[in-house]
Design a protein around this ligand. Structure first.
Ligand code: GSH
Length: 198
């Protein structure tokens, strides 16, 4: 059985969305990362930094949302959420799967915390370069890999939705339409509903 360790209003919403997309059987274990002394030992064992999301699948544990997306897509290939390792599209998939933690999230911190941009020195470029790359990457594709929705869209789509919620998504037709498409997916809505139910 797969167990998702989650906490409301955190990045664990992404993995609820991922799991709802897969149709796999899973259970949810709610933890309160804001009150560390309440965290159960089984969660701490799965997530050494005490962060959500984290996942247990039998004897396997994995934490960090991008790693969880890669694990589920590869371990359950029947879910069709990633090109196979030898497929020519695999490199593109990996690059966009990692774009959220490696580029979007630090670029958002730069913008929100008012860090001085330094695109040549900073690994994430800067906020404006991040947005330009995201827009160009999507282009006129419905999903980052083209017509097929993939686990990379979980990471990118949750980021686009987050940027819009926090009013830092620029006036971009491409990114707004992408966020709309993500929010309209039944699995996204189910994941949101369970989050709201608590
Ligand atoms: N890179 C991680 C970030 C996880 C993360 O920072 N989670 C936050 C909630 S959104 C958390 O658990 N914070 C509690 C803490 O660090 O104590 C991922 O994408 O899963």
């Amino acid at each position: 059985m797969i167990t998702l360790y989650w906490c409301p209003q955190t990045r664990s919403q992404r993995i609820a969305w991922l799991l709802e997309e897969t149709g796999l059987d899973y259970e949810r274990c709610k933890v309160d990362v804001r009150v560390p002394e309440t965290l159960p030992a089984e969660f701490r064992a799965a997530s050494p930094m005490g962060k959500v999301p984290a996942l247990r699948d039998g004897d396997t544990t994995v934490w960090d949302s991008a790693a969880i997306c890669a694990y589920i897509a590869d371990h359950y290939p029947e879910t069709g959420l990633a090109p196979k390792p030898a497929h020519p599209d695999r490199a593109r998939f990996l690059q966009w799967l990692i774009f959220t933690p490696s580029v979007i999230e630090p670029a958002v911190s730069e913008r929100v915390w008012g860090w001085t941009p330094s695109p040549e020195r900073n690994a994430w470029g800067d906020f404006d370069k991040m947005i330009a790359a995201f827009e160009t990457g999507l282009g006129d594709r419905p999903w980052i890999m083209g017509n097929a929705f993939s686990a990379a869209d979980i990471m990118l789509g949750s980021s686009a939705v987050f940027l819009r919620q926090f009013a830092i998504l620029p006036d971009s037709a491409v990114l707004n339409a992408y966020a709309d498409r993500c929010e309209a997916r039944p699995a996204f809505r189910r994941a949101l509903a369970f989050e709201e139910a608590g």
